[in-house]
Each structure stands twice: as C-alpha cells, then as structure tokens.
Design a protein around this ligand. Structure first.
Ligand code: SF4
Length: 384
C-alpha cells in the first residue's frame, strides 16, 4: 500500500481501486471532502497507472474561434458578444483557412473550432468551413462544435440532430468538442447558463454522435456556485453515458475563471481544489482512459503537478486561446511542445504526442530532444 494511504481513513478506497472495483457516489463525495490530498492523489495515481501506464500525452493543435457573436447570454461567459459590441468578430472562410494553413506549417494535427451561436450565419457556412479545411489537408483532424452549437446547427438546418451530425461528418467533422457541459444539475445550470441546453440535451448530442461511430471529449466547469455533491452528480452522468456508448475519449475538468462575467465568485479554484477534482475524476471515472490537466486554466506548473494526481494529458499547444483569457486566465495563449515534453519528463512519465483520439503520433521514450530543435515543432504524423 502507498505510504500516503497507510494511515489514512481512505485506505478502503485505495483497496477498492487496487482491486479494480468501482467507487460509489458516496465514496466520491468522501474523496472530495477529505483534507488528505496526498492520500486522494495516491489513489488517483494508482488508478492512472493501472489505466494508462507510464505515458502522458499532449497534442499539437490550434484553436480557432470562427465568431464570438452569440444569441445566448450565459451568465458565466466572458467570450460572447452582440452585434452592437465593438469587439465582436466573425471570420470569413478564407481567414479560417489561412489560420489553418499557417498552423499546419507548425506541425499541428488538430484544429479545435468553436464559436458562439451566431445570429445569422447559415448552415452552409459550417459545412463549407469543414469541406474547405478537409480539402486543405486530408490528415488534419477537425474537432469542432460543442453540443449547444450542434443543437443550433440542427435548428438552422431544420433537421434532426442525428441527420445534422451525419451531414457534418460527411463534410469532414472528426470529433465533437466537450465544451458546454458546465455543471449538469438544473439549478446550477440556471444560475450560470440560463437558456443553454439541458444536461439531457448535452448528453443526447454526444450519445447520438457516439451512435454514429463518432468520438468526443467531455468537460466539467467547476469552482463557481456548485456544491461538491453537484460535481459528483455531474461525473455520475458522464460515467453512465460512457458505460452506454464508450464514445468519450477523455475528460477535461475546467477550472472556472471569474473575470468579466456575472457570477459572484472572486477567485478561480485554488490549486488544492484543482488537484482534488482531477484526482477524484480519475478515480470515479473508471471507464475513461484519459484525464486532462488543462494548462490554460491551471498554468503549466500546476498541470505538471496534476500528472501525479491522476492526469495523463496536458492538452495542446493551442496557439491562440480566447475563451479562458477573456475570462481572466493569466496563462500564455500558446504552449511550446518543448515545455510540455519537459514538464512530462520531469514528472517521470514518457511524453507522447497524441492525435485527437489519443492515439500516439510520436513517443519520446528515453530520447532527449535535440538541442536547437526542441523549441520548434516536429513534423506531423511522424511515428517515432
Ligand atoms: S457560453 Fe457559449 S452559448 Fe453561452 S453565451 Fe457564451 S458563447 Fe454563447
């Protein structure tokens, strides 16, 4: 038994995890409420090791927000703008393709594309965007749209969700993003994202995508007005859908950023809260392979520490992040591959460049990045 757990009152949960037994909602709440972060981390580290071994991943990707105009006004959102706002924007298809072209030169394998619910762009804009990016490079993986965007597109297309997803897939969509899950409990949702889709709708969009053979990630926005029990409820619903479809490739807990919005929270979640949330997620979500420490919200230093608290992924290079930064994130807007490889190595893991579906693109094994090349991108799709 791990040193940190030997004299802890969480020993039984360590033993359950070691035996491969699923923990209950009550167990998850105990873990959240425990003050013994080291013991919680040790259990999560065991679960992580059993699930993915000694590797930790990152992806070379680029974020593109096609527009920040949105017909909704979620209370927590610092990103959305109305047409009357001076800092609203909307990219043309040519501008999107140009951003993608520039990023391809840097070796990215994925474009991560989301925006607000635009008041007037037609469904054809989204189809043409996917087709244009697919035509640019057939190997580029297109991870696009949150569940609420899919519902918006289905409304625009005047077609059922599954048919809309089918059309998007045919146009080039590879994966849905996990954004927009927030916290599932209705009362919390109303307090932070009134007007957004319900938990059931979010889950059903992902369910239908999975039924088409698609894969997606999922998220949880924590550290605002929700309770710890709300977090457990959220994780339970994700675990249930994963039992049903096995379509989630990873889970990304997102620490709430408090600036420029209307939620009365003055400070983002602490490092302690971030680590325990990642750890409990790893232990409870026993049917998920990958748990991400999202450096944009945590900072790379804390994300690195999270690799010892259940996380096995640092997310990506991103290049141009808007949503968290408009909400006050003080992290850089991009991360170099070298910084992520170094962070993973120092944590004692083997760095793996992954693709959208967490398949390895490059495994660093025991090799050391060559001097002078480690700050630059590596060629895409290289299997080392
Ligand atoms: S969170 Fe999304 S749906 Fe809500 S206001 Fe912001 S951009 Fe619009």
């Amino acid at each position: 038994m791990h040193y940190f757990v030997q004299r802890s009152d969480l020993r039984d949960l360590y033993e359950k995890t070691a035996a491969g037994e699923r923990i209950s909602d009550a167990d998850a709440l105990r873990l959240f409420e425990s003050r013994d972060l080291n013991a919680v981390g040790a259990i999560a580290d065991l679960a992580r090791q059993r699930r993915v071994g000694n590797r930790a991943s990152y992806i070379l990707n680029r974020y593109i927000n096609y527009s920040n105009y949105c017909i909704l006004s979620c209370q927590f959102c610092s990103f959305a703008r109305k047409k009357r706002d001076a800092d609203g924007f909307q990219l043309s298809l040519e501008e999107i393709v140009e951003k993608a072209r520039e990023a391809l030169k840097l070796g990215i394998t994925e474009l991560h594309i989301v925006g607000g619910l635009h008041p007037s762009l037609p469904f054809t804009y989204y189809l043409e965007m996917l087709r244009a990016l697919r035509a640019l490079d057939g190997r580029l993986q297109l991870k696009c749209f949150t569940a609420i965007e899919v519902l918006h597109l289905s409304w625009l297309a005047r077609k059922p969700v599954q048919e809309t997803l089918r059309e998007l897939k045919a146009a080039g969509l590879d994966s849905l993003t996990g954004g927009g899950a927030e916290i599932f409990r209705k009362e919390v949702r109303s307090a932070i994202a009134l007007g957004k889709e319900s938990a059931e709708e979010y889950l059903d969009v992902h369910r239908q995508w999975h039924q088409l053979g698609g894969r997606s990630t999922c998220t949880m926005l924590y550290g605002h007005v929700e309770t710890l029990a709300d977090r457990v409820d959220h994780l339970r619903r994700l675990r249930e859908l994963q039992d049903e479809t096995r379509g989630f490739v990873g889970f990304v807990p997102l620490p709430y950023q408090p600036e420029n919005n209307r939620i009365p929270v003055s400070h983002p979640p602490t490092g302690y809260d971030a680590l325990r949330t990642i750890a409990v997620s790893r232990i409870y979500l026993d049917n998920f392979d990958h748990i991400t420490a999202y450096w944009v919200g945590l900072g790379l230093k804390l994300a690195q520490v999270a690799l010892s608290y259940g996380a096995d992924d640092l997310h990506g290079t991103i290049l141009e992040e808007h949503i968290f930064h408009m909400a006050g994130a003080a992290t850089p807007q991009l991360q170099t591959e070298a910084a992520m490889v170094k962070a993973i190595r120092e944590a004692g893991r083997i760095p793996v460049q992954r693709d959208t579906f967490y398949q390895p693109v490059k495994v660093w094994e025991d090799s050391v990045p060559e001097a002078g090349t480690s700050d630059g991108p590596t060629p895409p799709y290289e299997h080392a």
